[in-house]
Design a protein around this ligand. Structure first.
Ligand SMILES: Cc1cc2nc3c(=O)[nH]c(=O)nc-3n(C[C@H](O)[C@H](O)[C@H](O)COP(=O)(O)OP(=O)(O)OC[C@H]3O[C@@H](n4cnc5c(N)ncnc54)[C@H](O)[C@@H]3O)c2cc1C
Length: 285
């Protein structure tokens, strides 16, 4: 706890054999046969895997702020898409954590047009926010969260495996990033547990019994659900941003065939993707 990983330890063959970390202002070393990089979208350990990132592109960024929540208001997640942006409000008890979706790279332009114009834009998308947008007093109340969708070409090298956002950065669309990160962790645990249990009595044996191919097997198992989910997120993001930029006078609704698809097969498929996840993982007994 309260420790920051600052690098890896390698043996003579270049295999990762543990981590260097800083805790209480001091540097320490932790030797390990296998290390898991679960350090998120700005992972410093990715560089140690060094196989390059595949970037899928993301046309959206999120402007993140809080607005007061009254007790008599709905408790569930609130979401609206309109001309000018998309708004998702998460119930955090006495406040709403609001994510306002805008086109990537437009934050400076939005700031330059001023806070009153931004408040108007938010209110035009979600009218219920209008009576409290004066709570955004300065731009310090609005944080930019840059959205990226990318993944490592290779998730593991001998002794080091990346999982979760460190292996594949997810968009907030659909709220699936946490599911995927946990699924990776469960898959890794299921694959590593038998060797760990065999070496339980003598931890030094782990090095002898651990099959080095197991770290790669986590990627083999989790790569296609990740790729498919990211592809769906990218398609969804493109659709959302196109919707928010519909010129005045043009219908906000998609053409009838697309609408039928959205209400039919796609509506049936989305809970599978976003609620249960593609290829859900279960902890092996
Ligand atoms: C704006 C936004 C909103 C989102 N909303 C949702 C949502 O509603 N639902 C959802 O499912 N997903 C959401 N996502 C995606 C989700 O946040 C990620 O996919 C998920 O958190 C990934 O989990 P993780 O454990 O891999 O990484 P993280 O949750 O990022 O955890 C990484 C951890 O590693 C720690 N760490 C980093 N570097 C070091 C270091 N050097 N040493 C030690 N520790 C370190 C960090 O402090 C952090 O605790 C959102 C993403 C964005 C950008």
């Amino acid at each position: 706890m309260e420790a920051e990983t600052i690098g890896v330890l390698r043996d003579r063959q270049g295999r990762v054999r543990g981590l260097r970390y800083r805790q209480g202002g001091e540097e320490h070393r932790l030797r390990a046969v296998a290390s898991i990089a679960a350090d998120g979208r700005h992972s410093g350990l990715r560089g140690e895997i060094g196989t390059g990132l595949r970037t899928l592109g993301s046309p959206i960024d999120v402007l993140w702020f809080r607005l007061d929540r009254r007790e008599d208001e709905p408790t569930e997640l609130r979401g609206t898409i309109g001309r000018g942006g998309g708004l998702v409000a998460i119930n955090r008890g006495d406040y709403w954590q609001v994510a306002f979706l805008v086109r990537k790279g437009t934050d400076e332009e939005i700031e330059a047009t001023g806070l009153p114009a931004f408040r108007e834009r938010v209110a035009s998308v979600a009218a219920w926010t209008a009576d409290r947008l004066d709570q955004l007093r300065t731009w310090d109340d609005v944080k930019l969260l840059s959205v990226t969708v990318e993944r490592l070409r290779q998730w593991a090298v001998p002794g080091l495996l990346a999982i979760g956002d460190a292996a594949h950065t997810m968009s907030p669309l659909g709220g699936v990033g946490v599911n995927l990160a946990i699924s990776d962790a469960v898959a890794a645990a299921n694959l590593l547990a038998p060797d760990l249990l065999r070496a339980q009595a003598d931890p030094d044996r782990f090095e002898k019994v651990l099959n080095p191919a197991i770290l790669d097997r986590v990627q083999q198992r989790r790569q296609w659900p990740t790729m498919l989910t990211q592809r769906i997120q990218v398609l969804g993001q493109n659709r959302v941003i196109a919707f928010t930029e519909t010129p005045p006078g043009r219908s906000l609704l998609p053409p009838a065939p697309a609408l039928a698809l959205l209400r039919g097969p796609i509506a049936r498929m989305l809970p599978r993707v976003f609620v249960y996840g593609i290829r859900p993982e279960r902890v092996a007994g």
